[in-house]
Design a protein around this ligand. Structure first.
Ligand code: NAD
Length: 250
């Protein structure tokens, strides 16, 4: 690892040990090392194959369900079944030892919870469940998948209502947990952003609510100039090294 990054990680470990509250905000970049492509990485990002703004939008869901349940829905199903990587595990370990208060994630893959993190705010929802828009009954996504594969598009509830995935689409309101996320950020001493391009709003705006922003990301973000520290590189390596330094100091 570069000497400059090592010095930054050492410093980050020092301030995290002293911090009364550190909150983590993660994006698709923390899950690429599990094999799930992000949206924007050149060459591998989903954006190059399909336009998620179109495929994963309320416009597609309600105006063109045939297309949504063929393309957008399949994108969501493809995010299922992966395992957490070392980055998710470090975040869970640091929460367990009291160095992280909460994880706010834009990811819909459920990997923070699978890695053992306890306080996880999934502000863009999850690919594992869906619900009926009329009666609110919760379904497994596998049930929606079976219904669409048997030709029921859009899939319907027993009450006749339309079923949809519990993923926040372009055009949707954010869930109530977004307000909790904002509160966590406002009350935190450090906001540590990991693997996010910080371009998807309103979640990206959370980075503007802290005095102590630290960013771990492979590529530049629009918030780099506001950040107290930017560590450029792969989340798994950097977080492993950070955990080592924090545990050395305790
Ligand atoms: P994004 O695709 O816009 O940005 C990901 C960022 O992570 C990029 O800047 C990239 O340089 C960086 N990155 C990639 N691999 C990395 C690594 N190993 N270490 C460090 N940085 C790495 O993702 P976003 O900011 O989360 O926004 C995209 C939207 O897409 C979100 O709303 C999210 O819900 C959704 N999404 C989720 C998943 C998932 O759940 N795994 C996957 C794709 C997209």
């Amino acid at each position: 690892m570069e000497i400059e990054n090592m010095a930054k990680i050492e410093h980050l470990a020092e301030i995290m040990v002293k911090s009364k509250s550190t909150v983590v905000l993660t994006g698709a970049g923390i899950s690429t090392e599990s094999g799930i492509p992000d949206f924007r990485s050149p060459g591998t990002g989903l954006w190059e194959k399909i336009d998620p703004m179109k495929a994963l939008s309320t416009d597609a869901l309600y105006r063109n369900p045939e297309r949504f349940y063929k393309e957008g829905f399949q994108l969501l199903m493809d995010v299922q079944g992966y395992e957490p990587n070392v980055g998710h595990k470090v975040v869970a370990d640091l929460e367990e030892k009291g160095f992280i208060d909460a994880v706010i994630t834009q990811n819909i893959d459920g990997l923070h919870t699978k890695a053992g993190s306890k306080i996880v705010l999934e502000v863009h929802g999850t690919v594992y469940t869906g619900h009926c828009e009329r009666c609110g009954k919760i379904y497994n996504m596998a049930d929606l998948d079976l219904k669409r594969k048997s030709g029921q598009v859009p899939p319907k509830c027993f009450c006749g209502g339309i079923l949809r995935p519990d993923v926040v689409m372009f055009g949707d309101q954010l869930p109530g947990c977004f307000n909790d996320a904002l509160q966590y950020v406002k009350e935190s001493e450090i906001l540590l952003v990991i693997g996010s391009s910080l371009t998807v709003y309103p979640v990206a705006a959370l980075a503007g609510y802290t005095e102590n922003l630290v960013i771990i990301n492979k590529t530049p973000t629009p918030f780099d100039s506001k950040a107290k520290m930017v560590i450029r590189g792969s989340a798994g390596h950097i977080l492993t090294s950070l955990r080592g330094k924090i545990f050395e100091k305790n």
